[in-house]
Structures are given as C-alpha cells and as structure tokens.
Design a protein. Structure first.
Length: 267
C-alpha cells in the first residue's frame, strides 16, 4: 500500500507487474483491491504494469465527506498517472469508474492511450436516478436492511439470472453478499451523492481516444443499451456485449471480461 498526496488528497494505490501502464478505476463503494481478484493478475500475466487505487470516498484515500464531483475524480486519476510517470496509460473503469475513464479521455487525451468502459454510460435513465435517491434515503434515515434480504437484493440487482439458477452458485454469492455488507461510510455516502442527472452524449463526440464500451446483457444497474450509447457517441469507440452477466460482470464471468480487455489493449 502506498499513499501519496494527489490533487490535494491522500490517494491509496498499488502497482504490480511491468510493461505499459494500465490504470483500473473501480465503481461506487468498492476499493481498488477488488480488481486483484481477477483483472490485475490477468493483465500482469499479459505483460502490463497495473495500477489500482481507492477512489476518493474510499478510505484510506481521502473520503471527501463534504461532497465529490466527477471533475475531482477525473483530476485524481490524471494526477495519479502523472505521479507514476508512466503515461500515457491504458485506462479501464467499471460503472462510476467507467464514467471517470470516459471523462478523462475527453479532458486529458494526452494521458490516455486506450480506454475500456465496463458498464459505461453517458447518462442515467429515470430508474437509475430513482434507485440512487432511494439508496440515499435508506442511508440518511439510518435504515439497515436484514442481512439476508440485503444479500438477496444485491444479487438480483448485480448478477445475471444465469448465475442464480444453479443452487450452489446462488448460495455462494448470497453468502458472500450477506457477510460482506456493513454500515455505509461517510465517504461512500459522498460518492452516492454525486450528480446522476447528466447527459454527456453530445460531449463525448469530441473523444478521440481508441475506446471500447462493454455492456453486460443482464445488467440492471447500467442496462446494456446505455453502454451501447457510449460507443455510438464516441467516433473512435466500438461496442461489445457479454451475455449472461450482470453489473458485476468482471467478477461473475472474469475470464470473458479479461479476454475482451486484454485483446483490445493488445490490438
């Protein structure tokens, strides 16, 4: 674990491997070490230097409890690439991390060699905005769902039905979600408070970085049509959809996700 002051906050990061730099950007509420389960080993084996980090809002990085903006997160990632001195970098983000990667490619094309957006989105529809408002209300009112119910909701919202149809697989996931839950930190609540009423489709027409937008066919959090819109908006982007995966596709079918990412970066 290495902590450096970047863009005015402590940023916790780690670097593994050797070769061209790949920076992995995690989504809302999750630490960068989640990438170490599957994506970091695959990319290191493919000959890359891989940097993972905890976004602002995730301790021990600065939690920014007074609020977080997308511009701050983009500046954090840009500052990290500059701090490492290994850019331009390949950048891969998931969900909120994909949005950071998209905005980074727009604002700092000099720092981005290629970009991959897993569950990327240029906007959120009414369902996602309403869901976020509901999640904020639960946290602000101190409502704690029973662990088994929380696990079931997490599974339904983030996994494909294909993963839940098998009793043993479903049990494993439900057990994981049940015992990994906990009280929402102030930093994560700050991430949840970020603006969701945006539409960047027109702005993304100016992105010139070679990009790949990856949609998950059974994603309820970021439906695949929103990921396809990103590819449609960016002149240099292509789109790829992975079947039988939900929002946690990088954990649910890591081999499929890793293959798509590694092949795109190597092309």
């Amino acid at each position: 674990m290495t902590i450096a002051t970047i863009n005015g906050i402590p940023l916790n990061y780690q670097v593994k491997g050797s070769g061209d730099l790949v920076v992995l950007i995690m989504g809302t509420g999750s630490p960068g070490r989640v990438w170490d389960l599957h994506q970091t080993p695959a990319l290191v084996a493919a000959g890359y230097t891989v940097c993972t980090f905890d976004n602002r809002g995730i301790a021990p990085s600065g939690e920014s409890v007074d609020g977080i903006t997308i511009d701050q997160m983009v500046a954090d990632t840009a500052g990290l690439i500059e701090h490492l001195g290994l850019g331009p970098a390949h950048v891969v983000g998931t969900s909120l991390g994909a949005r950071v990667a998209q905005e980074l490619a727009l604002a700092r094309p000099d720092l981005v060699r290629k970009a991959v957006f897993l569950a990327g989105h240029a906007r959120m529809d009414h369902f996602q905005q309403t869901l976020t408002e509901g999640e904020r209300d639960l946290v602000d009112k101190g409502v704690e769902l029973p662990p088994k119910y929380r696990a079931a909701v997490t599974a339904v919202m983030n996994l494909s039905p294909a993963s839940l149809v098998d009793t043993n697989t479903a049990r494993d996931w439900l057990d994981l979600f049940e015992f990994s839950g906990g009280k929402t930190s102030q930093g994560v609540r700050a991430q949840m408070g970020m603006d969701r009423a945006f539409d960047r489709r027109a702005a993304y027409r100016a992105i010139t970085t070679p990009s790949l937008s990856v949609g998950y066919a059974d994603d309820r959090m970021i439906p695949s049509y929103l990921s396809r819109e990103v590819a449609d908006a960016i002149p240099t982007a292509s789109y790829y959809e992975i079947p039988d995966v939900g929002h946690y596709g990088y954990l649910e079918q890591p081999e499929a996700v890793n293959k798509v990412v590694v092949e795109f970066l190597a092309d």
